[in-house]
Write a protein that binds this ligand. Sequence first.
Ligand code: F6R
Length: 350
Amino acid sequence: MHPLDDPQTYLRLDPQGMADLVARFPAMGADAWEAALRLQPPPGPLSAVVILGMGGSGVGGDLLAALLRPVFPLPVAVIKDSRVPGFVGPQTLVFACSYSGNTEETVNAYKAAKQVGAPAVVITAGGLLRELAARGGDPVVQVPPGIPPRAALPYLFLPMVGALRHLLPRTDLLGEWAEAHAVLEDLGGQLGRDVPADRNAAKQLADRLVGRLPAVYAATSDLAPVAYRWKSQLNENGKVLALWHSFSELNHNESVGWEDRTLAQRVAVVLLREPEEEPELARRIAATREVSFSAAASVSEVIARGKGRLARLLSLVLFGDFVSVYVALLRGVDPTPVPPIDEIKRRLRG
Ligand code: F6R
C-alpha cells in the first residue's frame, strides 16, 4: 500500500491533524466569507491600501494584491517589515494581519501606521495587536484560535476581499466567491487523504518532489504569490528548501542558473498554469522547458481551476497545501511543528 493511503501514516506522523486542516480549507473559507460580509471598512476617501503581515499571515496580502491588481482603482502594497513606507497616511487603509497578534514586525508596523493617522482593520486571533486595536478603536476581525497561522489562510485573507467589495462595484465578488467555494470543495474531494494515490494528483506530485529541490514557477506574475505560498508551505510543512519564481521575469535571470546541470538534475519543477493562456506565453514556457529545464529531475504542471481570479488563485493554493503535507509525510516528518520559527522568535524576545 502507498504510505499516503495508509491511515497509520497519519496517526503516527500527523497527530495535530495538518492534513485535516488543509481539507477544511473550503469550510473555513465559507465561515470567513460570512464574517467578511459583515465588515465595514473605515469611511472616508482612500488613496492606497497597505497590508502588514509576516509569513503565513502575510501571504494573504500577496494574494489580495494579485487579485486586485487588474481591477482595483488604488495602489495596493504588502509590507513585510517593521516600518511603513513614506506614502502611508490618513488616506491609507491598513490591514494589520497577525495570527498570534504578537509578531514583532507587524505590531511595530501597525504602531507606525497609527502614528501617521492611517485607518486600520486588524485581523488576528488575539495578542498585543488585538489589545492595541481595542484601545485605539480599530475594527478587529477575530480569527478562531488554535490553528497554525499558515493553515488559517482563509480567515486571514478573505475578510480583506470582503471589506473592499464596495470599492469594486463592477466586480461580482459574491459570484467569484461562490464559484471559488464550489471549485475548492470539488478539489478537496479529489486530493484528500482518503483518495488513493493512483487517483490523487497531489499525492503523485508529492512522490515526484521528495528527495529533490522543488522549483515552483508561476506562469504569470498574477500567480506569483501562489508560487510563493507553495514554497513557504513546502518549507514549513514539508521541512524542505524550495525555489520559486514567475514568468516572464525568470527568463531574465533564473533560466541561466539551470546551466549548472549537476544541480539541475536534483531539481523538480512545478509549473503553475492558467487554463487558457496567450499563445505567446505557451510558446515562452515551451521554450524554457527545452532550453533550461531539459536536465531537471521532472517537470510537472498544475492548472488553475475555475473562471474567476479568486477560484484560480485559491485552487492552486489548496493543491499546493495538500502537496506540502504529503511531502512531509513521505519524508517521515510531522507537518505541524515549526521549531526554527519558534526558536528564533524566542531568542529575539530575549
Ligand atoms: C506558522 C506560520 C508562520 C507565522 C509567522 C508570523 O504557521 O505560518 O509563518 O505566520 O511567523 O506569525 P503570526 O502569523 O502569528 O503573525
